[in-house]
Design a protein around this ligand. Structure first.
Ligand code: GDP
Ligand code: MG
Length: 241
């Protein structure tokens, strides 16, 4: 199924992902070109000390400057602002956000696109917590934190989506811009606030089951302070929405 006139801008924020980047780009290209989708990949590297940007430049030579856009920043400024920065340079009418550490498999992107078309949804959220989804490679603590965060949020905010802390999603571009400008939180809680605001504005949300695989190369950036920030953000939203 081709999607006439539609273009998908995929935002890939990177921080120390030199081993992962070539593989994810190859997979995205495989899965999207096969379906004739019009797409671009925007890499937002935050001055990774491991040389991710140099790898990205090599990939740009291979795939072309129309397929891979480089929009680096000087230093590590966080994920939330990386998306804002990326969107400014996006030429698609749809934006896909995903991690670049291979936890989010590009094979799910065509499923997001098909689901979006099915109901003309404003947002498609990849979900680990509906039938057919799941996580692999996480230890008990990480599972508990994710499940706990989702459970608490479901209980307090009734968001109408099953995976609130995930970050594999597709948005209509204007919807994403509106959501980002109305979100106040930074860090992991940002993904949750986006869904809560989407419901607040009566945007429609579709879900696609995904399996999340823990990163093989490199290190995660989730720490204790993120958990505290999440709890604060959750209670703020509970009190104000
Ligand atoms: N540009 C940019 N990317 C980041 C930053 N922090 C994390 N990332 C990227 O965001 C994605 C998710 O980060 P990750 O550490 O895997 O988080 P986790 O999956 O929750 O453990 C990965 O693609 C990282 O490379 C940042 O400050 N700036
Ligand atoms: Mg990760």
């Amino acid at each position: 199924m081709s999607s006439e006139g539609d273009k998908y801008s995929i935002l890939l924020p990177t921080y120390n992902e030199r081993e992962n980047l070539p593989i994810i780009i190859w997979l995205i290209d495989q899965y999207l070109r096969k379906k004739d989708y019009n797409f671009e990949i925007i890499i937002i590297d935050d001055g990774s000390p491991d040389g991710t940007l140099e790898v990205a430049k090599e990939l740009q030579k291979i795939y072309g400057e129309d397929v891979i856009l480089l929009r680096p920043r000087e230093k590590k400024l966080g994920l939330g602002t990386a998306y804002v920065h990326g969107i400014k340079h996006a030429s698609g009418n749809f934006i896909i956000i995903m991690d670049s550490d291979l936890s989010h498999h590009p094979k799910f992107i065509p499923k997001f696109i098909e689901k979006q078309k099915e109901g003309n949804f404003d947002v498609i959220s990849g979900s680990r917590y509906i039938n057919g989804g799941g996580v692999s490679g996480w230890d008990f603590k990480r599972k508990l934190v994710s499940r706990g965060a989702n459970f608490l949020t479901q209980l307090l905010l009734r968001p109408g989506a099953s995976d609130l802390t995930g970050s594999f999603r597709l948005y209509k571009k204007d919807v994403l811009e509106k959501l980002i400008s109305s979100c106040i939180s930074k860090g992991y809680v940002f993904q949750m606030e986006m869904i809560i605001r989407a419901r607040q504005f009566n945007y429609t949300i579709g879900e696609v089951p995904i399996t999340f695989v823990d990163r093989v190369y490199g290190e995660s950036k989730l720490g204790g302070s993120e958990i505290v920030q999440f709890a604060k953000g959750l209670f703020y939203l509970f009190a104000t929405t």
